[in-house]
Design a protein around this ligand. Structure first.
Ligand code: AMP
Length: 412
């Protein structure tokens, strides 16, 4: 199927063609007709599947149908997209702006961590489509800068992350501030029970679309598991960076302190590294993502929440420096690589306190992750494999010694 087969106005098709989207992705093929038919839709699909366009394009079409190319006086918010993080809000805004550039529809995003004033100014001019994080939206609403009484399409994006971040009460509040009669779309990477319950209360007579995240991520991603003591994780990380992994790498850590510590170590070892986590200012986080996108930095260290949903293509490898305690998080993390049919590789470092997380991850992905036994820091050594000595040199500039080059292949 081609995009031109959707009943989109030519202004939308022109913008899509400029983005070089020819064939719709699976989620777009399934969701767009339902959204255009004004159905309530629950979609389980991860970022990277093209889900933003799956809701943005039909929303633009529906609003465009009402408004055409005419400038409207006193614009009111007709579509509200609620998303959990600032990065996602910015990304969705960019998508809407791109797809609607040949229409007169206006889009804005409001999110916390930055000054309220510029956001108030934008809202005062009137927007058709508003993208918002829950806290800032409620804040601006209570101050009287947001009127949700004309909402026709309400989108809840990354619902499971909303749940993880404790936003569900806010989301319910926001939904109640919108008119009862509206179209609601719920997007979530996974649909745990609590999200299913939320969907039942918020979306009446809904259509369900499921794009299996495990299938989409696991197919072309090599997954390798290293059992080792916690104290050796930094050594293993440096060894892999020197001898095994090439290209663009995202390293995931569970805590902000962990991100900062590892960043300092990698900087000392002359790596081009940037990092993102919740304690960093929006400007610094944006700059880090930009530097990583355009390859000024080859390594991005991130916490899960900060990295969730960020669209960075061509990531060659993922390092799970800490094993996530929520199995779905593992799927999200490794889904950052191996996108759009490309291959990718995910390295996971498991210390003894994290052993039980591996079991739950393997149960979710329905496969066993390949254990690497041939590395210098191994513990829980399986009986049939021989332990290799650490012959990897750690020279200061991160250059490979002859011994380490020889070792390179053995680690797979
Ligand atoms: P998303 O899952 O919405 O974050 O989208 C992931 C990436 O896929 C973004 O960079 C989009 O610009 C891109 N994308 C979305 N739909 C298509 C498509 N039909 N063809 C090619 N790229 C697409």
């Amino acid at each position: 199927m081609q995009f031109s087969e959707f009943p989109f106005h030519k202004s939308i098709l022109k913008a899509v063609a400029e983005e070089r989207y020819h064939t719709p992705t699976l989620v777009q093929e399934q969701a767009i007709p339902k959204v255009l038919a004004k159905k309530n839709v629950i979609v389980s699909a991860q970022t990277g599947t093209g889900k933003t366009a799956a809701f943005a394009l039909p929303i633009i079409q529906i609003l465009f149908d009402k408004q055409g190319l005419k400038e409207e006086e006193g614009k009111e918010i007709k579509s509200l997209i609620v998303t959990p993080t600032r990065e996602l809000a910015i990304q969705i805004l960019e998508n809407f702006k791109t797809y609607s550039k040949y229409t007169n529809l206006t889009t804005a995003a409001v999110f916390g961590g930055v000054s309220l004033e510029p956001q108030k100014d934008i809202l005062a001019h009137g927007v058709d489509i508003l993208i918002a994080t829950p806290g800032r939206l409620i804040d601006l609403y209570l101050q009287g800068f947001i009127d949700l009484s004309a909402i026709k399409i309400f989108v809840l994006d990354e619902a499971d992350l909303m749940l993880d971040m404790g936003f569900i009460t806010d989301v319910k509040k926001i939904e109640r501030l919108c008119p009862k009669k509206k179209q609601t779309l719920l997007f979530s990477a996974t649909i745990p029970e609590k999200i299913d319950d939320l969907a039942k209360t918020m979306l009446k007579k809904s259509v369900k679309i499921e794009i299996n995240p495990e299938e989409t991520t696991a197919k072309n991603i090599g997954q390798l598991l290293y059992y080792l003591p916690k104290k050796n994780k930094t050594d293993l990380c440096l060894d892999l960076l020197r001898n095994t992994i090439n290209g663009k790498i995202i390293i995931f850590r569970r805590t902000k302190i962990g991100v900062d510590k590892l960043e300092q170590t990698l900087l000392k070892n002359d790596y081009d590294v940037v990092s993102i986590h919740g304690d960093k200012s929006q400007a610094i986080r944006n700059k880090a993502i930009e530097d990583f996108r355009n390859k000024k930095a080859t390594i991005l260290i991130a916490t899960d929440v900060a990295a969730r949903g960020i669209d960075i293509t061509n990531v060659d490898a993922i390092i799970n420096f800490d094993i996530p305690n929520i199995p779905e998080t593992y799927v999200h993390r490794i889904g950052r690589t191996g996108r759009a049919g490309k291959s990718g590789i995910a390295f996971s470092f498991c210390s003894p306190d994290e052993n039980s997380y591996i079991k739950t991850i393997e149960a979710l992905i329905e496969k066993t992750i390949k254990i690497i036994v041939d590395h210098p820091y191994i513990i829980n050594k399986p009986k049939h494999k021989k332990l290799q000595p650490n012959t990897v040199s750690k020279n200061k500039k991160g250059r490979k010694s002859e011994a380490s080059k020889k070792n390179k292949k053995r680690w797979y």
